[in-house]
Design a protein around this ligand. Structure first.
Ligand code: 7GP
Length: 829
């Protein structure tokens, strides 16, 4: 029988001609085959979009090969695996990133060009996968790239939303939201796994049953939904390893509701079943506020339950003792969104696997680690007990039990300090009794991470002070990073080529520390010349885009000054706009002579506001109102322009960031946990104008305060300033520009009133007034540096040279070694 099987295997093997080949001719044939057999168009006539479809399927085939090999290899090797649980992944486009990581970009470009297509044009056809809101979600995407590149045996788990983050369209300067039904044109980057499904239960009751003389709690659910896996291969760079991002979609369960069918209400019962799909329908578009929505809780549990069933199944395939779980599995909670995992793993271990509670809890605490992405306690998730108890009755019991045991242990350590006990309790007793997800995550994890050094300090001193004092060893920080593959290699090919040429190697693409080698070139004038050209090319690209999007023609000699990120009061886009008004006002009042000295600026603002965030929406409108005034003022001409770039997303960022000269990061000190945008800009040779907040402090350590424009109150000063309240002093210029808005200089007087109120003395929580003077000084310093091109270029080179520390490779390696305790598992070639 063995001989027969082997013969059959050999026959099968000879049918396949080894791995797919990657020479341009093979790729050409391959693309044409996909045009004809996958896209079902004629190979003699297809357009750019069809070329994109065929091309991406050809790339997908190659991804699948490596993804399979990686999977088989890891399965055989049985290393400890990391499971990265995140409700959001902001992947953007996949085509360019994939061919670059696979190392076959040139071959594809040649193949396409022989077919009469241009790679860049075809790549533009792809839409963004926007299954996330902002920083947290893009960080997950960067980290997946690093996990694959560094050969870690890791899986990502998330939700396959049918509607990604809304598209922002601007009508009359107001933001409108349009649904992003991104799957309309198909998604070649995913593999539907119709056989990888799990049942996820909701509602119902808990019954106590006796089994072998022991009491067990059994959850009798009231509703069952099916989770179907969609796998997204994530290729590493310079390695065969291709890891998996598994996203779950909700489908009606195949369990029939016999009752309904028997009573003959066929149509209605089908319609009801279909409602299951709503669970994974839409991403919540708010990055801070999800309190108390049932659908949101359902999403969280749906994702947690399916992922854990999958993970436990895989573990049990290879191991038969749960004591081994912490040696084989690391579960990472990306913020509190997946923190129901802690209750769910207890339910599985205790109710289903019949482990005793203490043993199960010991295992759980060794398996979980947690990263928080916010600063303020008010931003932390809470779930009303009533809601949780009705949707997940057994989990509520488990949470109470976890909390009871935690409180008992705590009393032994700190005594009956009721204030502190109640602050640390997982259950908040208040008007609305709630579960504090952050407290749960801290109690159930062996490591709690901040995302920058300053962030950890804030957590230790304020947000999680009580917990820090209890478990100082749990608290750590891993400063965020971004992947240089996407943020230089994909998005800035000219800079990529320049760096490789002058460093004489491409090794920095896998080891960003090598970028420090650029420091040796800081005085090299030939290098300067080429550096300048690269920026110019990127500015041209951006200028073209601006003209198409907004009709505004901008001068390439102007300083491109950019602020792109989610719109939030703490990020202070309003400070930027008020600064622009001040600049406009100054220019208006200058004579001809002085005007000659003005450094021309193109101010670029972009970002989405959460649909229900009124003040943020007013900031968007104000930026349009001011732009309209300035851009149509012929007296100003090219000295100042303001453009709002609509629908800021990953692929817009890929265009904007390389073209920027200056980028602004204006958060009130102590409010930005880390900030990752600044890292992408510095990697692209753009200078930063920033407050001493989040990871900027560490950026300064790396490049020195001479190489960026720092301003504003420091964290320690912020508290003092706030205490002054209405006795605060603010500069006259601030009062003046605010008055201009109030008086209707930009129209919409009434509409902007409440916005102006938020920064009036006594009300100015984010301290725009007190920081305004120092902000203007930093802006003046930037102007001054810009007119000394040599100086500017040096600062720019030193920024890139110092950006290696902010590669997500460094972050991931740190997590792997210190928190997850996982080793690389490199699939042989
Ligand atoms: C963001 C933080 O605001 C940002 O400072 C940080 O760089 C980023 O996470 C990555 O760590 N937070 C979010 O995007 C977010 O949704 C709510 O926070 C939990």
């Amino acid at each position: 029988a063995i001989g027969e099987r082997r013969a059959k295997a050999e026959r099968m093997f000879s049918l396949m001609d080894g791995f797919l080949k990657n020479d341009p001719l093979t790729l050409q044939k391959d693309i044409l085959n996909h045009v004809e057999y996958t896209v079902a168009r004629s190979r003699f006539s297809f357009d750019d979009f069809e070329a994109y479809q065929a091309l991406s399927h050809s790339v997908r085939d190659r991804l699948i090969e490596r993804w399979h090999d990686t999977h088989v290899y890891v399965k055989r090797t049985k290393p400890k695996r990391l499971y990265f649980l995140s409700l959001e992944f902001l992947m953007g486009r996949s085509l360019s990133n994939s061919v670059i990581n696979l190392g076959i970009q040139d071959q594809y470009a040649e193949a396409l060009s022989q077919l009469g297509f241009e790679f860049e044009v075809v790549a533009e056809q792809e839409g963004d996968a926007a299954l996330g809101n902002g920083g947290l979600a893009r960080l997950s995407a960067c980290q997946m790239d690093s996990l694959a590149t560094l050969d870690y045996p890791a899986w990502g788990y998330g939700l396959r939303y049918e509607y990604g983050l809304f598209r922002q369209i601007i009508v009359d300067g107001f933001q409108h939201e349009q649904p992003d039904y991104w799957l309309n044109y198909g998604n070649p980057w995913e593999i539907e796994r119709i056989h990888v499904t799990y049942e996820v239960k909701f509602y119902g009751t808990v019954e106590e049953v006796e089994m072998n003389g022991e009491k067990h709690q059994v959850w009798v659910p009231g509703e069952t939904v099916e989770a179907v896996a969609y796998d997204n291969p994530i290729p590493g760079y310079g390695t065969r390893n291709t890891i998996n991002l598994r996203l779950w979609a909700a489908k009606p369960s195949n369990k029939f509701d016999l009752e309904a069918y028997n009573t003959g209400d066929y149509i209605n019962s089908v319609v009801n079943r279909q409602r299951a799909e709503t669970i994974s329908n839409v991403l919540y578009p708010d990055d801070r506020n999800h309190q108390g929505k049932e659908l949101r809780l359902k999403q969280q549990y749906f994702f947690v339950s399916a992922s854990l069933q999958d993970i436990i199944r895989r573990f049990k395939e290879a191991h038969n003792n749960f004591d081994e779980l912490p040696d084989k599995v690391a579960l990472h909670l990306n913020d509190t969104h997946p923190s129901l995992s802690i209750a769910e793993i207890m339910r599985i271990l205790v109710d289903e696997e019949h482990l005793v509670w203490n043993k199960a809890w010991d295992i759980a605490c060794k398996v979980f680690s947690f990263t928080t992405h916010t600063v303020v306690a008010e931003g932390l998730e809470k779930i009303p007990v009533d809601l949780l108890g009705s949707l997940l009755p057994r989990h509520l019991q488990i949470l109470y039990e976890i909390n009871f045991k935690f409180m008992e242990e705590l009393k032994k350590k700190i005594g009956l300090d009721y204030n502190r006990l109640s602050r640390m309790s997982i259950v908040e007793e208040g008007a609305v009794k709630s579960i504090r997800m952050a407290n749960l995550s801290i109690v159930g994890s062996h490591a709690v991470n901040g995302v920058s050094k300053l962030h950890l300090d804030t957590l230790k001193m304020n947000t999680f002070k009580d917990f820090y004092e209890l478990w100082p060893e749990k608290f750590q920080y891993k400063t965020n990073g971004v992947t240089q593959r996407r943020w230089i290699v994909v998005s800035n090919p000219s800079l990529c080529a320049l760096i490789s040429k002058w460093l004489g190697t491409e090794a920095w693409i896998r080891n960003a520390d090598l970028l420090t080698g650029l420091r040796d070139l800081v005085d090299n004038t030939d290098f300067h010349q080429e550096w300048k050209m690269v920026k110019k090319v990127n500015k041209m690209r951006l200028a073209e885009y601006i003209e198409t999007m907004s009709g505004v023609k901008v001068s390439l000699d102007a300083m491109f000054d950019v602020q792109v990120k989610r719109i939030h009061e703490y990020k202070r886009q309003l400070l930027n706009i008020l600064g622009i008004i001040h600049r406009y006002d100054c220019i208006k009042n200058m004579d001809k002579n002085d005007r000659r000295k003005v450094v021309p600026r193109v101010c670029i603002i972009g970002g989405k506001a959460a649909p229900g965030y009124e003040i943020a929406k007013k900031i968007i409108k104000l930026s349009h109102a001011v732009a309209e005034k300035i851009n149509n003022d012929t007296d100003i001409g090219d000295l100042l322009k303001l453009v709002f770039i609509p629908d800021y997303n990953v692929s817009v960022a890929e265009l904007v960031i390389p073209g920027a000269d200056l980028s602004q990061h204006l958060s009130t000190a102590g409010h930005e946990a880390s900030g990752t945008g600044s890292m992408k800009f510095m990697m692209n040779g753009c200078l930063l104008l920033a407050t001493a907040d989040g990871s900027t402090i560490e950026i300064i350590e790396e490049i020195g305060s001479d190489n960026l424009f720092l301003f504003g109150a420091k964290v320690q000063e912020v508290a003092e300033l706030r205490e002054k309240g209405s006795t605060l002093k603010v500069p006259l210029q601030f009062a003046r520009v605010l008055r201009m808005v109030r008086d209707g200089y930009f129209g919409h007087k009434d509409y902007f009133e409440s916005l102006c109120d938020t920064v009036e003395i006594g009300n100015d929580f984010y301290l725009l007034g007190p920081d305004f003077g120092s902000y203007l000084e930093a802006q003046a310093a930037a102007d001054k540096a810009f007119v000394e091109p040599e100086k500017w270029i040096k600062m720019s080179i030193l920024s890139v040279a110092g950006s290696g520390r902010f590669s997500s490779d460094r972050t991931i390696q740190d997590y792997a070694e210190r928190t997850w305790k996982i080793d690389p598992c490199r699939c042989p070639l």
